[in-house]
Ligand binder design. Structure first.
Ligand code: F6R
Length: 608
């Protein structure tokens, strides 16, 4: 939610700020702004409503050669998207960009009586508060920032510059990520390391409660209590290719198509199909600890929650005497739920920054429960705070809708389940089919991608004008249907909901009419015939059905069918999800909507 950038060094600050904001645009895209200072401290502030491209157009008339500046791309929380509410906010000689929420902004605002507020944002209150400590001009900026932050309740990643000190940027974080790029005679600031790629390979990830003063040649990190911190410089692993579209029209299509490779990265060194074994080092649990596990809590939001739900269906199939509860983080954090002894909590998050998931992690840790992260973003807050964990290694996911992360999250959790099963002495004949199918999955995904794309493209043209969709599945195809429906609604704005096939007759069947279409997931397996009977109930009422199946003999009179050929049975729903990803993508393209940046959403949800 919101992206921050900053630059101080020998080059043109505007150039880095604008390119950095473009890389962070996935974090918010309702308005953006940049301020730079010349050597005398004269500021050039440019802000624009809407996309970064609007800001870029305005900047063309406001070009500077200034060597220091900060910038911001916004996802509105307080105050509508407008130029006035866009950051940077000015307070006296100070300019501030902020990512997060100042919860007590009303109380603070009431105290700042002589400040003339121009925006409706909580962030401007923070700028004014810092300025109130800085006012006489001889107070070091960092001290004013620290004084102000001590009064703040809420979350922040901030960068502040002053016309009176045009050689330094003060940054701080609590609950919103902030990375400092260490360059040669230049220092860069960003909300996430992707903005730094191509500029430097070395970065300091600021921790909560830390503040730093950065100049072109120095970085000084302290806690809010003024204790010096010896910050660790880490290597940025991402390369330029990983954050570019690579010839695809949209990041979403690139990320869907990447899945054979990204899943291969998830599996690397973790699955030995010949021996029929799996190995996961990251969770840091001994064989004895794994053996004792009786209960799993899986926590996530949105797609990560669906990944957890699907993984739980699988893990229950092969781990004996285990209970699994998959929970929505924003609910669970307030539920005061009892977690029994011998539990492990899996914390699932692509970004590793989702506020609700992070809050759950902290609550769960308070109960002394062991936490294991299933995270993509390396160095993210969740990955740092869990007791152990496993990275899914799918590389940057830039399109707002999550695709490749889902597939790898499910499989990473299934592998974790398999390590528990191995430790508990489950017979290898029971586990082998899972392991052998997992090993084949990347190749099977590649097959489905090439086989299904044209079929899906042809179908989507018929449905993109309808406004309602129902996704149906049983067993492992049910969480798959939930994920398919989320993907469709978030990017195409078609109102899509998922139901377990067996639930249809308990209510949703009443919806079936010509304004709706139904997507029926029919994987071959134990419950196939039952799902087909449920589907007949829809067909009997004139439903416009698209069936997705791996049964090559499927011949029901549906409007359309997408057939996938695969030797996999257990993980056929994962392959069907790939079809659903393509379906959501091509419908959205047919509707002419912004695929990678759907309205009202942001990639990384760092506010509650
Ligand atoms: C949907 C989507 C979101 C995220 C959710 C959690 O396509 O991307 O539902 O899955 O916001 O995000 P992470 O995984 O970063 O915690």
């Amino acid at each position: 939610m919101c992206g921050i950038v900053g630059y101080v060094g020998g080059k043109n600050a505007q150039d880095f700020l604008i390119s950095g904001l473009k890389r962070l645009e996935y974090r918010g895209y309702d308005s953006a702004g940049i301020v730079t200072l010349n050597a005398e401290g004269k500021a050039t502030l440019v802000r624009a409503k809407g996309k970064i491209s609007n800001l870029e157009e305005k900047l063309a008339q406001n070009k500077t050669s200034d060597k220091i500046g900060i910038g911001h791309t916004r996802w509105a929380t307080h105050g509508e998207p407008s130029e006035t509410n866009a950051h940077p906010h000015k307070a006296g000689p100070l300019y501030l960009v902020h990512n997060g929420i100042i919860e007590n902004y009303k109380e603070l605002k009431a105290e700042l009586k002589d400040f003339e507020f121009k925006s409706e944002t909580d962030s401007e209150v923070l700028a004014a508060l810092i300025e109130s400590f800085y006012r006489d001009g001889n107070y070091p900026l960092v001290n004013a920032v620290v004084q102000a932050l001590k009064l703040v309740k809420g979350t922040y990643g901030i960068a502040v510059i002053s016309e009176l000190q045009p050689e330094e940027i003060v940054v701080a974080r609590s609950g919103s990520p902030l990375v400092i790029g260490v360059g040669h005679d230049e220092t860069l600031i960003a909300s996430d390391a992707s903005a730094l790629v191509g500029h430097t390979k070395r970065a300091i990830y600021l921790n909560d409660g830390e503040v730093a003063v950065v100049t072109a040649k120095s970085i000084e990190v302290k806690t809010l209590n003024a204790e010096p911190v010896s910050a660790k410089v880490e290597e940025i692993e991402t390369n330029l290719a990983a954050i570019q579209k690579g010839g695809y029209e949209h990041f979403l299509l690139k990320e869907i198509m990447e899945q054979p490779n990204t899943l291969t990265e998830t599996l690397r060194g973790r699955v030995n199909a010949e021996q029929g074994t799996v190995h996961l080092g990251g969770p840091g649990l001994t064989e004895a600890e794994l053996r004792k596990i009786q209960h799993l809590v899986i926590v996530g939001c949105g797609t990560a929650y669906h990944a957890g739900l699907l993984a739980s269906y699988y893990i229950e199939q092969f781990v004996p005497e285990i209970t699994i509860e998959t929970v929505i983080a924003s609910e669970y954090r307030y539920r005061n739920a009892y977690i029994p002894d011998n539990s492990v909590a899996l914390i699932v998050s692509q970004s590793g920054e989702t506020a609700d998931t992070l809050a759950c992690l902290r609550e769960i840790k308070k109960q002394g429960v062991r936490t294991v992260g299933i995270v993509n973003a390396i160095g993210s807050t969740i990955s740092r705070e869990v007791d152990g964990g496993t990275y899914v290694h799918v590389g940057p996911e830039i399109s707002v809708a999550s695709t490749k992360a889902f597939t790898s999250q499910v499989i990473a959790m299934v592998i974790f389940g398999l390590t528990i099963a191995q430790a508990k002495g489950v017979r290898s004949t029971m586990l082998r089919p899972y392991i052998s199918e997992i090993a084949k999955l990347p190749e099977e995904i590649a097959k489905v991608l090439s086989e299904a794309e044209e079929q899906v493209k042809a179908i989507t043209k018929k449905y993109h004008e309808l406004e309602h969709a129902i996704y149906l599945g049983r067993d492992t195809a049910y969480p798959t249907a939930m994920e398919g429906a989320l993907k469709l609604k978030e990017i195409s704005y078609i109102d899509a909901n998922a139901y377990a096939f067996g639930e249809l007759k308990h209510g949703p069947l009443a919806l079936v009419d010509d304004k709706y279409f139904e997507i029926a997931l029919l994987p071959v397996g134990e419950l196939y015939d039952k799902a087909v009977s449920n589907l007949q109930e829809v067909l009997a009422r004139g439903g416009k059905v698209i069936a997705v199946t791996n049964n090559d003999k499927f011949d029901l009179p549906v409007e359309n069918v997408v057939k996938i050929t695969t030797e996999l049975e257990i993980f056929a729903p994962i392959l069907m999800n790939i079809v659903l990803q393509l379906f959501a993508y091509y419908i959205t393209v047919a509707k002419g909507l912004n695929v990678d940046q759907p309205r009202n959403l942001a990639k990384s949800v760092t506010v509650e």
